[in-house]
Design a binder for this molecule. Structure first.
Ligand code: FNR
Length: 190
C-alpha cells in the first residue's frame, strides 16, 4: 500500500542545501512512500483580507495538504527561526479560520544548515506552530543535519554511508509514524 507524502522545502534558493537533502530523503525512503512537493514560491504574502476569496495558489496549497497522508518539512533555519516563505505557506494552509488543513496530519521536521546546530532552533519553533495547528509530529529520531557538501551529489545521492544510514532510519521511522496516525484517524484507509 502506498502513502502520499506532501513535502515542503523551506528555501527558495537555487542552490538550496535543503532541496538537496529532500532529494536524498526521497531516494532513501521506504518504497511505500510517494512524494509530491508542495510549492511555496508563488504564494502572495498572506492576509486575512483573502479569506473571503482565497486565490488559486492558496486553494491549491490547501488541497495539496489535504490530499496528503503525511507532511514532511525539509527546511533551513534562518535567523534562528522558520524561513519567512515557509511560515507564509503555513499561514495560508491554516486559514480561513475553521478550515486548518494541517489538523491531524502526521508531520515530520528535518533540516540542514552549514552550522553545527543543524536547524535545531528552527525545528523548535516549528514544533510550537504545528502543535497549535493540531498536527501530530514524529518526536524521535530528531534530525539536525550539518551539511557537508562532499557527502551529497546534486541529485541527492548520499555518498557518506553513516549519513545515509541515519537518513534511511529517519524515513523508516517517519513512515511508521504516518501509518500509526492514519490507523487512528482514518482506520478505513489502511
Ligand atoms: C542563514 N544561515 C543560518 N544557519 C544556521 O544554522 N542558523 C541560522 O540562524 C542561520 N540564519 C541564516 C539567515 C539567513 C537569512 C540565511 C540566508 C542563512 C545559514 C544557512 O544554514 C545556510 O545559508 C544554508 O545554506 C541555508 O539553507 P538553504 O537555503 O541553502 O537550503
Amino acid at each position: 500500500m502506498a502513502f502520499k507524502i506532501g513535502y515542503f522545502v523551506g528555501s527558495l534558493a537555487t542552490a538550496s542545501i535543503n532541496r538537496t537533502l529532500s532529494k536524498a530523503l526521497i531516494r532513501l525512503a521506504p518504497a511505500e512512500l510517494e512524494f509530491t512537493e508542495i510549492g511555496i514560491r508563488d504564494l502572495p504574502l498572506y492576509s486575512y483580507d483573502y479569506d473571503d476569496n482565497y486565490p488559486p495558489q492558496g486553494r491549491a496549497l490547501k488541497e495539496a495538504i489535504e490530499a496528503s497522508d503525511g507532511i514532511l518539512f525539509v527546511s533551513p533555519e534562518y535567523n534562528r527561526s522558520i524561513p519567512g516563505a515557509l511560515k507564509n505557506a503555513i499561514d495560508w494552509g491554516s486559514r480561513p479560520w475553521g478550515t486548518n488543513s494541517f489538523a491531524r496530519k502526521p508531520s515530520g521536521i528535518i533540516g540542514a544548515s552549514i552550522g553545527g546546530i543543524g536547524t535545531a532552533v528552527m525545528q523548535s519553533s516549528m514544533r510550537s506552530v504545528l502543535s497549535f495547528l493540531d498536527a501530530p509530529q514524529l518526536n524521535a529520531p530528531e534530525a539536525y543535519i550539518t551539511f557537508v557538501p562532499e557527502a551529497f551529489g546534486d541529485d541527492g545521492e548520499c555518498k557518506d554511508e553513516s549519513t545515509a544510514g541515519f537518513l534511511r532510519h529517519y524515513m523508516e521511522e517517519y513512515s511508521g509514524f504516518v501509518q500509526r496516525v492514519l490507523a487512528v484517524n482514518a482506520p478505513g484507509h489502511i
